[in-house]
Design a protein around this ligand. Structure first.
Ligand code: IMP
Length: 195
């Protein structure tokens, strides 16, 4: 089926702008606000894929639209994959980036194995059928924050093959290698096949 618009189930306007730009205006991206969805979307799963799926199905069922959602987590090897699905609320319900980073650095004190990965899953629902797209970027948790661009855990994450953190990169450079960039590229390739 040809499609002209799709809902991105996020409240983050930067993410909507990023995907819209990659679609070259071929498909119109609508926000939750555009469809009158003001409520917080459910995220009760123990996995990133499960949360992405849950949010997308919620919007699809309640608003009868084709849509996609995304969920991301930082998985730290020495912490058995934590904070993972709890990345946003690691230091508490306030979703405070600074507090989350400080807690992670404290929990990694003295730890030599600094390996970590960002993991994104996008769940797309078209005509009642779900498709998932994944992106992973491997790297290291450094000992002190570096850089002031980006958001979240960017200042303490250095992707493999670089000697700068995500917070020391432009948004274009970060997107070209990042977890979300990879997943979005796969989504966009799929959607372009539907135009
Ligand atoms: P969400 O899935 O966008 O809600 O992200 C969950 C949490 O992971 C956020 O609160 C951020 O702290 C973190 N996060 C997501 N994406 C990134 C990123 O690209 N860089 C750094 N942190 C991120």
């Amino acid at each position: 089926m040809l499609m002209h618009s799709i809902v991105f189930a996020t409240g983050n306007s930067n993410k909507i702008a990023e995907v819209s730009q990659l679609l070259d205006g071929k498909i119109d991206i609508q926000s939750l606000g555009d469809i009158g969805c003001e409520e917080t979307l459910p995220e009760t799963s123990a996995t990133i894929a499960g949360n992405a799926s849950e949010k997308a199905w919620y919007v699809h069922k309640n608003y009868k639209v084709n849509c996609f959602s995304e969920d991301t987590g930082l998985e730290v090897e020495a912490l058995n994959g934590e904070p993972g699905v709890y990345s946003a609320r690691y230091a508490g319900p306030a979703h405070d980036d600074e507090a989350n980073m400080s807690l992670l650095l404290a929990n990694m004190k003295g730890e030599e194995d600094r390996r970590a990965r960002f993991h994104t899953v996008i769940a797309l629902i078209i005509d009642g059928k779900e498709h998932q797209f994944e992106g992973v970027v491997e790297g290291q948790i450094i000992h002190h924050k570096k850089g002031n661009q980006g958001f979240g855990y960017d200042p303490i994450f250095m992707p493999d093959g670089y000697n700068r953190t995500f917070a020391q990169m432009s948004s274009e450079e970060k997107s070209s290698i990042s977890h979300r960039g990879q997943a979005v590229q796969k989504l966009v390739a799929f959607l372009k096949g539907k135009v």
